[in-house]
Design a protein around this ligand. Structure first.
Ligand code: HSE
Length: 404
């Protein structure tokens, strides 16, 4: 018997107990012995719940029980999750987490503590919910020189953008409805401003480079300024708008960014809709690979945590190598990256001739129902060159990057 404990009996924590109990027979076959949740740590009592006898309020009870070998940290946030995870690892207990904030902030340190104490720190559920992406990067793709990761890593924003694309609705209206249905948080800032996707691409980029990519240094733009008109133009170009998190290794280093992009219908991420996530990974031998599934939700996320529990149970007393050092991975300035850009500006002969003079060859985009605007797509140029040219124009309404 392998004993585990769950820290935090919220959506994911209760899902972990459910997955471990519903699939116990199959899991036991895969591990070679049973896995049992011995304790659940929470401030609440959960009277009447089947786990009520296992609820404890003091983390030390778990820490001091030598039978507990694996701890599922499903609390979220930095503290007390960080302190509990550190104490557990120092005591030689493996930690499996869904906590992207903690992994992005302290992942390499916690991995080092796991190595030093012959246990594991695993975080499959921290990116892409139920989608296997950490294990592919850390195991299946280890023969590769990876150079590109591009993903839709946030379910809330993908749901909002999908509804806007399908219904021609405005951002604020869809957000309000998503909040009412529980798809978006009361304070949606972390999702809609791209911070959540930023932490997730920082984790994936760190695994790609083997060094620490600091999420605070990643250029991040959210979707709160995207409008129904932007989607009408995108549709006229046979494109949609997606919040992409991307990271690319080049000769001199690594770029990473999060921003809304107009992507064409041929792009495999175009068809990733609603709360689904997808991650595209390119390696020098395998070429393109893609991972798709539910990026959030109780059972998908819990399933990812339990996959880590199983991996830890298979490696008691041994650390599974994870290439992510505490050394910093410097990020290159995205201003040198090149792409095409979509621009909307107020109509008027002067504005239009100035735009053509400044940008040279532009492809004009027309949407019959939108009046009083001049919209176009530029040729490929660097972010820096684009920003300098755009600054010369009056009446700019918005600009959105294009990705092919
Ligand atoms: N708020 C996150 C999302 C939850 O919408 O994707 C999963 O990390």
């Amino acid at each position: 018997m392998v004993y585990a404990a769950v820290l935090g009996y919220g959506t994911v924590g209760s899902g972990v107990v459910e997955v471990l109990e519903k699939n116990s027979a199959r899991i036991a076959e895969k591990v070679g012995e049973d896995i049992k949740v011995k304790y659940v740590l929470d401030l609440r009592d959960f009277l009447g719940d089947p786990i009520q006898d296992r609820v404890v309020h003091d983390f030390e009870v778990i820490l001091n029980d030598p039978e507990v070998k694996i701890i599922c940290e499903t609390m979220g946030g930095n503290e007390p999750a960080y302190t509990f995870s550190k104490k557990a690892l120092l005591a030689g207990k493996s930690v499996c987490t869904s906590n992207k904030e903690l992994v992005a902030n302290h992942g390499p340190e916690l991995l080092r503590l796991a190595r030093e104490n012959k246990c594991n720190y695993m975080f499959e559920a921290s990116v892409g919910g139920g989608i296997p992406i950490i294990r592919p990067l850390n195991s299946s793709l280890t023969a590769e020189e990876l150079d590109t990761i591009t993903g839709i890593l946030n379910g809330t924003t993908n749901y909002i953008l999908t509804r806007m694309a399908r219904e021609g609705a405005d951002f604020e209206d869809v957000l309000k409805e998503a909040q009412a249905k529980g798809y978006a948080e009361k304070d949606p800032t972390a999702d809609v401003e791209g911070y959540d996707a930023c932490r997730k691409i920082a984790i994936l980029s760190s695994l790609m480079t083997g060094k620490t990519v600091d999420y605070r240094e990643i250029y991040t733009e959210g979707i709160s300024k995207i409008t129904a008109e932007d989607f009408a133009y995108a549709a006229a170009m046979n494109r949609s708008i997606k919040l992409l998190a991307m990271s690319k290794v080049v000769e001199d280093g690594c770029f990473a960014m999060v921003a809304p992009f107009m992507i064409p219908s041929e792009n495999p991420l175009y068809g990733v809709n609603d709360v689904f996530n997808a991650v595209f990974v390119h390696g020098n031998m395998v070429d393109n690979t893609m991972y798709y599934g539910r990026g959030a939700g109780k059972l998908p996320t819990a399933s990812a945590v339990v996959s880590d529990v199983i991996d830890c149970a298979r490696h008691i007393g041994k650390t599974v190598i994870c290439r992510w050092s505490e050394e910093k991975q410097p990020l290159l300035d995205i201003s040198v990256t090149k792409r095409r850009f979509f621009v909307r500006m107020s109509a008027g002969a002067e504005n239009e001739s100035k735009a053509i003079e400044v940008f040279g060859g532009v492809s004009v985009i027309e949407v019959p129902q939108i009046k009083g605007e001049f919209a176009f797509v530029t040729d490929e140029m660097s972010e820096k060159e684009f920003a300098e040219k755009l600054a010369k124009l009056d009446g700019v309404i918005t600009r959105i990057r294009l990705e092919d």
